[in-house]
Design a protein around this ligand. Sequence first.
Ligand code: FA5
Length: 335
Amino acid sequence: MNKNLFELRECALKEIENARKPSEIAQLKSKYLGKKSKISEVMSSLKNLPIEERRETGKLCNAIKKQIAEALKTKSEQILSESSFDIDITMPINKERGSLSPITIVGNEVCDILQKMGFAIVSGPEIEDEYHNFDALNIPASHPARDMQDTYWLGSNKLLRTHTSPCQVRAMERYGAPLRIAAPGRCFRNEDIDACHENTFFQLEGMCIDKNISIPNLIYVMRTILSEIFAQDVQVRLRPGYFPFVEPGFELDIKCLICGGEGCPTCKGSGWLELCPCGMVHPNVLRISNIDPDEYSGFAFGVGLTRLAMMKYHINDIRVFNTCNLEELDQFGIV
Ligand code: FA5
């Protein structure tokens, strides 16, 4: 009996040594250690043996089982460590592919247009401090304009930036004048949400400071962005707008491309959508960032990228961007 067991062990160790695949290891495990294996058969017949022989054979069975199990484990680890992934790069992809969000697409397009005009792309933190979000933009603590944007305060003078305008301050601090920058990014406001207002949305800040910059320069840049983005005639209107960091300030509205100006929930029935406020940089803002307003002037604008994407891709409700509904997102190529 014991001679048979030794032969079985030799046979098992040899087969394990020759194994090359995890599936072969699984087969050998079942063959030598499974319920129907030779060793299991011997162990269940131990009860029929005389007591001395039973003890000796039982011990041997256990020792052989242990040796085979260890050999299987070692070989299995060796196979895994030597295996490389089999990738067939010619296999067709049958999974749905993702795509860029319309906001990313228009954001990249606006950046490309501005880069061609010499603007550098910069960024700033989403968690801002009060100084860059308000004070340095000529909005001191007591200023009523702080209420124009409902702020998520985080404590210790920190907040979620309400607009991308702090990026102009950081750029002035870092690079001084002359300066041409564009800063796309996410903004946060504690807003009532509707078809064209979200509490999380994207803007792109633009700023140009140099000698003799005036309103025609601003209008040229606005016109270039809109004509290249829409590649079709879109109606816009410029009207006076108040922002403490520009003087004069303007609101640039676009005729709603969802309803063609007739009035719909997207434009709140007015036929127009506020898109890109802008203006000439207030001398105080230049002064605060150590730029001499007697030597330099500039313009700045803050285009609503999310609304720009809505107009370009005819998305009638801003809430769709933050939804997790894949079917809804799929219609805009967002997933
Ligand atoms: C500002 O945020 C100014 N910082 C823009 C600016 C920059 C003015 C430089 C002058 C010079 P306003 O709050 O209007 O302005 O927002 C700018 C644009 O962001 C809006 O016209 C709109 O297109 C978009 N926007 C504002 N709030 C929301 C919102 N809750 N949801 C979606 N888009 C919004």
